[in-house]
Design a protein around this ligand. Structure first.
Ligand code: ADP
Length: 370
């Protein structure tokens, strides 16, 4: 059921309240291709739901254009936009059966009863609820209710489906299962999904395109892997997680290599990204993935390879995580410096709290940020 024309462009979108004293959204420029699964990700209050409501037509932007399928939809009523919204609470009618809940949107659109039920039954089959079609919402599990809500939104054949924290009402086990169902339904329907979440792993697992927001602006947008492995700045790296961020100043610059100096660590080697100009003395943040850090007992005075960088640290806590061990260090003057050590490897060395170690990584695995 490919509807097409679900590409969206947000151009210079601003939403302010109190005559410009509060900004919910402050200058958003974003292009979402037709058929993409896009996640708007950020902490509570950063403006995600406001963007969703403006795309749906439940609110008007203070400034800017919202273009869907080539048409500026600002000022159009929600039903004229061919978007559909699925809410966190699912908002199902408790006294209507699954079939009637799903057929409801077509009743509002004036379709005949026979047509409504034919389309509803098709959709019910698609979301695998055929056996449950006559039940009331109260007789369904959380995951089944979610499928009803999704079917009810999709039956109007929207070109864009807007989902506001759709998984937050589910327990963790179900959330992970429903996450992959959402993804496969999006692929079946072939329409653009815009999904708002404050959960990093949800966005990373689901989206073709992750948009990281902070206080009404976009910090970074791109494919999940880029956001995770190549964060642009300290905010994105820390919000997405999985990284150690170090702050310092550029030391020497020499060919494809440079060094960084920090207040709490001695000179470390960093790569010089192509197309990037670094000046000695300029402030700089770098990120190194927690799973790229190798810990070596300091007492053994390890010799490091030519392409390695390192900082000294002291083990402050150890947490067993099953397939890896999370080792927290006091290192480089950071509040958090963490190594994810593969489980088997950890028990070869058996580090203990209080032990001095060298945290080592390959220079080429360093992400040089802003
Ligand atoms: P998120 O969905 O990321 O949690 P929202 O889009 O709901 O964030 O809100 C963004 C900001 O705009 C918040 O600081 C919120 O308090 C503010 N805001 C939202 N609606 C209104 C309103 N009607 N009047 C004033 N401020 C509002």
């Amino acid at each position: 059921m490919k509807t097409g024309n679900g590409d969206i462009e947000l151009a210079g979108i601003v939403k302010s309240y109190d005559e410009g004293r509060t900004y919910a959204v402050n200058g958003i420029n974003l292009k979402i291709p037709d058929g993409a699964y896009c996640c708007l990700l950020g902490p509570s209050g950063c403006g995600k739901s406001t963007i969703l409501r403006m795309i749906a037509g439940h609110e008007d932007p203070t400034a800017g254009e919202i273009v869907i399928g080539g048409e500026n939809v600002v000022g159009l009523a929600p039903v004229e936009r061919r978007t559909a919204m699925m809410f966190q609470s699912y908002a199902l009618f408790p006294h209507l059966s699954v079939r009637d809940n799903i057929a409801f949107a077509l009743r509002v659109r004036g379709q005949s009863k026979a047509e409504r039920y034919r389309k509803a039954d098709e959709m019910i089959e698609k979301v695998r609820l055929t056996e449950l079609a006559d039940r009331l919402p109260g007789q369904l599990s959380g995951g089944q209710q979610q499928r009803v809500a999704l079917a009810r939104a999709a039956i109007t054949e929207p070109r864009v489906l807007l989902l506001d924290e759709p998984l937050s009402a589910l327990d963790e086990h179900l959330r992970i299962r429903m996450r992959s169902e959402l993804r496969s339904m999006q692929q079946d329907l072939g329409i653009t999904f815009i999904h708002v979440t404050h959960t990093q792993m949800e966005a990373i697992a689901l989206a073709d395109m992750v948009v990281v927001m902070d206080k009404g602006v976009i910090r970074q947008s791109g494919p999940a892997r880029e956001i995770y492995s190549a964060p642009k700045d300290r905010y994105v790296a820390e919000f997405i997680g999985g990284q150690n961020v170090l702050s310092g100043k550029v030391g020497k610059v020499n060919g494809a290599r440079a060094t960084m100096l920090g207040a709490s660590f001695s000179e470390i080697a960093i790569p010089l990204p192509s197309g990037r100009h670094l000046e000695a003395g300029q402030p700089l943040d770098i990120a190194i993935r927690r799973d790229d850090i190798e810990l070596k007992p300091y007492a053994e005075k390890p010799m490091l390879a030519e392409d390695a960088a390192s900082v000294e640290g002291t083990v402050s806590a150890i947490e067993y995580q099953g397939n890896y061990v999370k080792v927290m260090l006091d290192a480089a003057g950071e509040d958090e410096f963490v190594a994810f050590v593969p489980e088997r490897k950890f028990f070869e060395n058996n580090l203990t709290v209080g032990e001095k170690v060298l945290a080592v990584w390959q220079v080429t695995h360093t992400q040089v940020m802003a």
